[in-house]
Design a protein around this ligand. Sequence first.
Ligand code: G3H
Ligand code: 13P
Ligand code: NA
Ligand code: ZN
Length: 305
Amino acid sequence: MLVTGNDILIPARAGKYGVGSFNTNNMEITQAIIHTAERLRSPVMVQMSEGAIKYGGQDLANIVKDLAHRATVPVALHLDHGSSYESALNAIRMGFTSVMIDASHHDFAGNVKETRRVVEAAHAMGISVESELGRLGGIEEHIVVDEKDAFLTDPEEAVQFIEQTGTDFLAIAIGTSHGAFKGKGRPYIDHARIEKIAGMTGIPLVAHGSSGVPQDIIERFRAAGGEIGDAAGIADEDLQRATQFGIAKVNVDTDLRLASTVGIREVLQATPKEFDPRKIFGRARDVMSQVIEHKMGVLGSVGKA
Ligand code: G3H
Ligand code: 13P
Ligand code: NA
Ligand code: ZN
């Protein structure tokens, strides 16, 4: 069933588990996400970036909505990193049930102002809103606390931001970063900060940049002819702990990009004569499904729907 972000994330925050919010860009990715959620009785969020909207548009949004309507588990269609009021309203017009306004690059007052406008419009239409406070980016273990404070989310500011905007859920900067290169070895996650922010606020918290960049997938990527540098993601134990202490929405894009490319590369490498797209993209879908299943297990959302 197609539901709002709140419908999925409020129970997750209360039940101390996380829900994956996976980026989609085509039919196979969407099927891997929603069919795996259905099979595992897990709630799930499917998100499209502005780039995904440019690429797949209403066609792709309709595929997501159709699969969501036919699923018996809760599915939300969410705008990832909406860059403006216009972008958020456009997504709502396209049938999204949840939107992110990312005005985190503005100063505090500017972020509040932009976010508030979107909250007012979206709430009038029953749509939930995610916003972001702080600057995402990896933090090195040796960085002193003062320097961390310059870009990680400040707990007192988070309380004021939520009060002043009415945002439904809040993305916080706690050490994660986008992409396949999140730091050398195991990226540092500021668990004390998550727990402090969660203790001072009541709404679901969001972790962007939460791909695990599994080492077996990286090895298969290389074995099938792919080239990639020092790839590293968020450790399963770090995500597990974060979801038990307030993180309810967990954003994953990179892991599906890697998994689908591994599937395609392996088919093409093993069977050079193959040119049936169903064999090629079907294999990509299978590898993505395995990665999604693992993630839902880590987050604790399996069996929650
Ligand atoms: O946070 C960004 C997501 O990974 C989406 O990336 O804008 O290339 O679709 P994209
Ligand atoms: P990853 O790059 O870790 O998959 O993060 C995706 C994300 O945060 C999308 O908003
Ligand atoms: Na988002
Ligand atoms: Zn993000």
